[in-house]
Design a protein around this ligand. Structure first.
Ligand SMILES: Cc1cc2nc3c(=O)[nH]c(=O)nc-3n(C[C@H](O)[C@H](O)[C@H](O)COP(=O)(O)OP(=O)(O)OC[C@H]3O[C@@H](n4cnc5c(N)ncnc54)[C@H](O)[C@@H]3O)c2cc1C
Length: 375
């Protein structure tokens, strides 16, 4: 694929929740000269979720009373309405995204893996080298997500384990008791699914995420996971082991051995499961950002790279100070902030964004996101 000498106004990398939601914002602004590139397909990450995994954030068709469905990526849509369930599976959610791509006639090129992004000077367009040819663009919006980049846990022997993101169905995992390293959302999801399949699971975590309290859902187990975990523990199939930091995994005959920080070791017959999280995809274009932490790029107040003007980030890797935008209902409110910047520089009217503001889809005053609850 090549767009020859034509330069697109905007290229969006990634046709997931963030890329599509942002693209709809461009559509609402009347910006036409843009494209979306995805190495795989629309909603590819969701299609790769384990078959049993469901959204932890609930969907409900509350739109007509002014409350957008928590999992909607754009105004006037609702996954609860489209797929008819409160906690969609990855496949169901991908179908919702597919519906958005079709309804808004979004210009998506699939099978287009973005390999590098360069720019000679800040006055010239970006050049995106892709598996389907070169693309040029004035603005690039990175929406590559995180699911496809597993975090390996940073201990010796992590490569011997099976990462959560490599599992297509927990029912397919043969054998007996499984050790799960990591007790946050993905570890709990794995444990609950294994218990439902009739297996035993031991969950190890340095802390005890299942007991953490607070008001920011990004730092806590969701109510959905808490309830499912409670039932799985009650059934006797899941055992939670807090205060257990795994420092290494090695082969031990036909099985494996886990080593812990306190010097203890434990044998397990089956491949341990790594539920240690994900690394954001923006690491692929690491040099175009400055980094506040190895996983989170430094961004301006408009979610633009602090070192590469014209390059923006949307999706779960966005952080502003201590605020974490990892959920869809959080990061979707920043699409309009980025779109506003791009529209102004393209000299396009930003009038339609008033509609976004009225419906809680334009979050630029972050003082309202104080991390405190009254009850
Ligand atoms: C198991 C799991 C459960 C979750 N549950 C919830 C939940 O219940 N509620 C919630 O709000 N959030 C949840 N999340 C967070 C979730 O990741 C994000 O909400 C959402 O997927 C992020 O959307 P995205 O568009 O940024 O990324 P993705 O959906 O991953 O989309 C990124 C797209 O970019 C493409 N891509 C990546 N790199 C390139 C490249 N170099 N070139 C071309 N294309 C590329 C990929 O193919 C992919 O299609 C969950 C995450 C996981 C992993």
């Amino acid at each position: 694929m090549t767009n020859g000498t034509r330069t697109l106004d905007v290229v969006i990398v990634g046709a997931g929740a963030a890329g599509l939601g942002f693209a709809v914002t461009l559509r609402h602004l009347g910006i036409e000269n843009f494209g979306i590139l995805d190495r795989a397909a629309v909603g590819a990450s969701f299609l790769r979720w384990p078959r049993q995994t469901r959204f932890i954030t609930p969907s409900f068709t509350s739109n007509q009373f002014g409350l957008l469905d928590l999992n909607a990526v754009c105004l006037e849509t609702s996954p609860a309405y489209s797929v008819g369930t409160e906690h969609p599976t990855g496949t169901e959610y991908a179908a919702y995204l597919q519906g958005i791509a079709e309804h808004f006639e979004l210009p998506i090129a699939t099978g287009a893996d973005v390999l590098s992004i360069t720019r000679k000077t800040r006055h010239q367009p970006f050049r995106l080298e892709t598996s389907r040819g070169e693309i040029r663009a004035r603005f690039v919006v990175w929406a590559g997500g995180e699911m496809q980049y597993p975090q390996t846990g940073g201990f010796r022997g992590a490569e011997l384990c099976l990462h959560y993101s490599e599992v297509t169905s927990w029912d397919d995992l043969a054998g007996g008791e499984r050790c799960i390293i990591g007790g946050a959302e993905s570890g709990v999801d794995a444990a609950v699914a294994l218990a439902a399949a009739g297996r035993q699971a031991l969950v190890f975590d340095r802390e005890e995420p299942w007991n953490r309290r607070g008001s920011d859902p990004s730092q806590l187990l969701s109510p959905f996971s808490r309830a499912r975990l409670h039932s799985a523990v009650e059934s006797g199939r899941v055992t939670l082991c807090g205060g257990c930091a795994v420092t290494g995994v090695r082969r031990n005959g036909n099985g494996y051995q886990l080593a812990f920080e306190d010097g203890e070791v434990m044998d397990c017959a089956e491949k341990p499961i790594l539920a240690t999280g994900f690394v954001g995809s923006a690491s692929l274009v690491r040099s175009l950002f400055d980094w506040q932490h190895e996983n989170f790029p430094l961004l301006t107040e408009n979610d633009e790279s602090t070192v590469t003007r014209g390059l923006f980030l949307v999706g779960p890797q966005v952080r502003q100070g201590n605020l974490i935008f990892c959920f869809i209902y959080k990061f979707r409110q920043r699409f309009a902030v980025v779109a506003n910047q791009i529209a102004r520089r393209l000299r396009v009217s930003t009038e339609p964004l008033k509609w976004y503001r009225r419906h809680g889809m334009y979050l630029d005053d972050l003082s309202c996101c104080e991390d405190a609850c009254a009850c």
